[in-house]
Design a protein around this ligand. Sequence first.
Ligand code: IPM
Ligand code: MN
Length: 375
Amino acid sequence: MTNYKIPVIPGDGIGPDIVAEGMKVIDAAGEKYGFDVDWINYPHGADHYLETGELISEDTLRELGAYPAIYLGSIGDPRVAPGILEKGILLAARFYFDQYINLRPIKLLEGVWTPLKNKTPEDIDFVVVRENTEDMYIGIGGRAARGASQKLLEVKRNLYSAKFDLDIDTDSEEIAYQIGMISKEGTRRVMKYAFDLAQKRSGHLSSVDKANVLSDIYGFWREEFESMADNYPDVETDFNYVDAITMWFVKNPEWFDVVVTPNMFGDIITDLGAMIQGGLGLAPGGNINPEGTSMFEPIHGSAPKYKGQNKVNPIATIWAGAMMIEQLGENEAAANIVSAIERNISEARVRTYDMGGSAGTSDVGDEIARLVLEE
Ligand code: IPM
Ligand code: MN
């Protein structure tokens, strides 16, 4: 029997509730497909931070680096200022493990309600490949008070006031800035993953940018995309400005098969994607480093107000668990979990409130685990 050791970070808010259901379902799949899992619990999150002052230490990260996959619930708590836990734990892990692919399937399952009128599961079935380590997320930025901001304001003045004869007072303005950066290597590796994925799917890859305005950074992105497309003559490609793609996701989701996007835009368009596939309760994601340590999580947050209430939908997390065991090579078990999720929904069995039902989080996990064993 294959044995896997998988670290679990349940995290904050509803994290522990939903991750418990994911573990339950994976354990059931293991029973059926002949593997078992030792779950190794890590307490990182708000409580741990408030008790010890530690977010996640380098020692812990190094220790986690011994495993191919981590299972994560959700991070974020109202007792801690926004961004501290998210940056200190979630982004820390994404960066430390260089999880440069954020894979987010946008797939409307059979039986799920979508806000898009007349769209069916056939129409909404694509994958977003979000770059996950660069762009506006590199964390370089700051604020500057009067005077100190001279340099950047001069740049601004040179660009605009010289051109249009405006009078910008560089001494009196306060500024805040955030630098976005993409590298050739960082761009090409995620694009290569997306092209390879497109080849395995329908051979259509869409790229997202804003090369018309943020032309330094996203013009570069577009050039790399075009140059890589030459190596994949069998993949049909197109470019989309990020603002326009939000419109197309709503109007013609059937156009898309694989979408590759810089980090910041990927963050935004995948919440939109989650909504068209039935809501955040149904949207899984994987932070992937194919040669290193990957991390799987629902794309939603920690919904603190539902903490411990056995109320929220665990499906995104269970589905993320399926992605995780697929990454570990348990393809059949992973496919079975997704089909058990689908059966539970389409046969209108056990649903949480967001899907119009009244079942609890654990009821959904129980039912999906049961279906996994039954199939
Ligand atoms: C996501 C989240 C994170 C992000 C936050 C919590 C840091 O919104 O996974 O999409 O911005 O990437
Ligand atoms: Mn997000």
